[in-house]
Write a protein that binds this ligand. Structure first.
Ligand SMILES: *Cc1c(COP(=O)(O)O)cnc(C)c1O
Length: 223
C-alpha cells in the first residue's frame, strides 16, 4: 500500500512539471498522526474545513511539527471568526464583506496579515457558497482596503465533471483583477480535477484523498 509520503512524492513530481503550483494538503477527516506523517515528508501547508477539528490538530502538533501553515477552506460563520483570525494563516473561503471585516478586526495585533482568498461561486456550481463572479471586483476593493488582511486571490470549487470553460472563466476573472490588487493565488483543483485545473491556470491545488486516502472520521459526511 502506498504511504502518505509516497503519495506526496508522486503528486509533487506532477506539480514540478507544471511549475509554480503550490500543493495544499487537505487533512480534514484525517488524524493528527497523518498530518505529522505528511509534515515529516516535507509538506508544510494544510487545509481544513472545520474550525474545531483544525484547532485540535494544531494544538496536537504545535511542538512536534512547528512551522506548519494552516488554511481554512470550509465555509466560515461569523461566530467562528475570532478563533480563525487567531489561529489560521490563510482563509480561502471569504465570501462576504462582513466576514472579512470581522477577520480583520480580530486578527491579533503583531501577527502577520491573514492571507485571504475570495471564494467565487463559479457559474453553475451546485453549492451556493461563494460570491457571484460579477460581485467579485467590488468585494476585492473592500477586502484589499482592510488592515490585518492580505488579499491574495480567488478560490473556486467547480462541480464534479465541470467543463474546462468553467475553469477558464475563473482564470479570466483572476487575470482581470491580478494586477490591480496584486493577486498571486488562484486556488482550484482537488484530487479528481487536479490536472484539468492546472492546465487551466491554477496556482494552488487542494488535495486530500490522493495524499491521505479515504477520509476516516465523520468530517467526510459533513463535507
Ligand atoms: C475536501 C476538500 C478538498 C479535497 O478534496 P479531495 O477530493 O479529497 O482531494 C479540496 N477543497 C475543498 C474545499 C474541500 O472541501
Amino acid at each position: 500500500m502506498a504511504t502518505i509520503a509516497d503519495n506526496l512524492q508522486q503528486i509533487k513530481a506532477r506539480l514540478a512539471r507544471a511549475q509554480g503550483v503550490t500543493l495544499l494538503a487537505v487533512s480534514k477527516g484525517q488524524s493528527a498522526l497523518a498530518v505529522r506523517e505528511a509534515a515529516a515528508a516535507g509538506q508544510k501547508a494544510f487545509g481544513e474545513n472545520y474550525v474545531q477539528e483544525a484547532v485540535a490538530k494544531m494544538d496536537a502538533l504545535r511542538s512536534e511539527s512547528p512551522g506548519l501553515e494552516w488554511h481554512l477552506i470550509g465555509p466560515l460563520q461569523s461566530n467562528k471568526t475570532r478563533i480563525v483570525a487567531e489561529r489560521f494563516d490563510w482563509v480561502q473561503s471569504v465570501a462576504s464583506e462582513k466576514i472579512a471585516r470581522r477577520l480583520a478586526e480580530q486578527r491579533p495585533a503583531g501577527a502577520p496579515a491573514l492571507c485571504v482568498l475570495l471564494q467565487v461561486n463559479a457559474s453553475g456550481e451546485a453549492s451556493k457558497s461563494g460570491v457571484a463572479p460579477r460581485d467579485v471586483p467590488a468585494l476585492c476593493e473592500k477586502v484589499a482596503a482592510l488592515k490585518g488582511l492580505r488579499l491574495r486571490g480567488l478560490m473556486a470549487i467547480p462541480e464534479p465533471g465541470a467543463p474546462p470553460e468553467r475553469y477558464r472563466e475563473m482564470k479570466r476573472l483572476f487575470d482581470r483583477l491580478k494586477e490591480r490588487f496584486g493577486l498571486d493565488t488562484l486556488s482550484m483543483g482537488m484530487s479528481d480535477d487536479m490536472e484539468l485545473a492546472i492546465a487551466e491556470g491554477a496556482t494552488l491545488v487542494r488535495i486530500g484523498t490522493a495524499i491521505f486516502g479515504a477520509r476516516k472520521t465523520p468530517a467526510e459526511k459533513a463535507a
